[in-house]
Design a protein around this ligand. Structure first.
Ligand SMILES: *Cc1c(COP(=O)(O)O)cnc(C)c1O
Length: 364
């Protein structure tokens, strides 16, 4: 007798971001700010006094309170998780059953599909329009026509950097009987959040993460915000000690630094805007054929026939961005001044070395 992996997982490969050493990392939408020394000192004190032999607080009460204070919401509506990723898996596996219908938008964050695949949900794709935007009436139609159990998407969207307004989000939640999961991982960079009203609906979960604007991707911390009934269920289905004590204590210290977080968020918005403006300028100086959409997150999404060539060229210069082969697109996370300058300089160099004018006319 020989053990065989089940078919579902037989050919899967572990998730691997870009491997190799790249001095300029603009590929994962992380904050470009390092952890400040004051917080590092606090972390050292935490490590010196933490009860490592004890299990963590299953409800992460202190942490949830610090998060609630920062976003001005009620701690009773919050579930803390080991990154948003843990909650995404729980939503597909525990909040749905095999064969449950999930509407996802295309293109969007690939993990929604992946966890639904593992949980054997039935995935229904809503295709965004040519401008990469969601038409909320059509999305509502798709959810209703298919009698979907859940609809999930990121707002603003990773990777397009586009979003729907708070008004449209409310319309969606009010118009469908499905559970709406609104992933606001990047909403710190835009002003169309419905986080504060999440608990007013009976069919809404808003997701937040410490991995982007908050600059703590390493600690693995996410939050789900919903009414008490949903929150009870989420707290009940998660594994009891899902957020370890170190993460709870570090996260608490981080979210208490409200002024620092707000200042940094604004600087990231400014850097994204500067990157976008520079790309527009480059695109008018050279015939780069970049299709650039104005971002409402911390990255710029570009479609171009040269996406793969530019991606490989940048890698050879030690600059990592994200390449989407099927969409012919690049996603460039805003870096600090030096990183943005390195990226823009290399892109310009690419144009000059490759005489894109000729390539372009051949492509058309
Ligand atoms: C980065 C990102 C997250 C964050 O996931 P974590 O597990 O909290 O790091 C969630 N949703 C989207 C759309 C993202 O891009």
């Amino acid at each position: 007798m020989k053990y065989e992996l089940c078919e579902k997982v037989r050919d899967l490969e572990p998730y691997e971001p870009i491997t190799g050493e790249y001095p300029v990392r603009l590929d994962a939408n992380e904050s470009f700010f390092p952890m400040p020394q004051t917080l590092r000192n606090t972390f050292k004190e935490i490590v010196d006094t933490l009860d490592f032999n004890r299990y963590p607080d299953p409800m992460a009460k202190e942490l949830v309170k610090a998060f609630a204070d920062y976003y001005e919401i009620n701690p009773d509506h919050i579930t803390a998780t080991n990154g948003s990723d843990e909650m995404l898996y729980l939503l597909a596996s525990a909040m749905l059953t095999k064969g449950s219908k999930v509407v996802v938008a295309e293109p969007d964050f690939s993990m929604y599909r992946f966890y639904s695949f593992l949980s054997e949900n039935q995935v229904i794709a809503y295709q965004k329009n040519e401008m990469m935007q969601i038409n909320v009436d059509k999305l509502i139609q798709t959810v209703s026509d298919n009698h979907a159990d859940m609809v999930i998407f990121s707002n603003p969207c990773n990777p397009t950097g586009q979003g729907i307004t708070a008004e449209d989000a409310r319309k969606l939640v009010n118009s469908v009987s499905a559970l709406v999961v609104l992933d606001e991982a990047y909403m710190d960079f835009w002003d169309q959040s419905i986080l504060k009203e999440a608990a007013d609906y009976d069919n809404l979960i808003v997701l937040k993460t410490a991995s982007k604007a908050v600059g703590a991707a390493a600690v693995r911390l996410g939050f789900a915000v919903a009414n008490r009934t949903i929150t009870n269920a989420l707290r009940a289905v998660k594994s009891p000690y899902n957020v370890n004590s170190v993460t709870q204590a570090f996260g608490t210290a981080i979210y208490r630094e409200k002024d620092l977080l707000r200042q940094r968020r604004q600087k990231i918005i400014d850097q994204t805007s500067a990157l976008y403006q520079s790309l527009l300028k480059l695109n008018s100086t050279y015939p780069l054929a970049l299709d650039i959409t104005e971002p409402c997150a911390n990255f710029v999404f570009i479609r171009t026939p040269f996406a793969e060539k530019i991606f490989r060229y940048l890698l050879s210069k030690g600059i990592a961005v994200r390449y989407f082969g099927s969409a012919g697109a690049l996603r460039i996370t805003a870096g600090n001044e030096e990183e943005n300058a390195a990226f823009l300089g290399a892109l310009e160099q690419y144009v000059l070395e490759n005489e894109l004018t000729e390539n372009l006319s051949k492509n058309r």
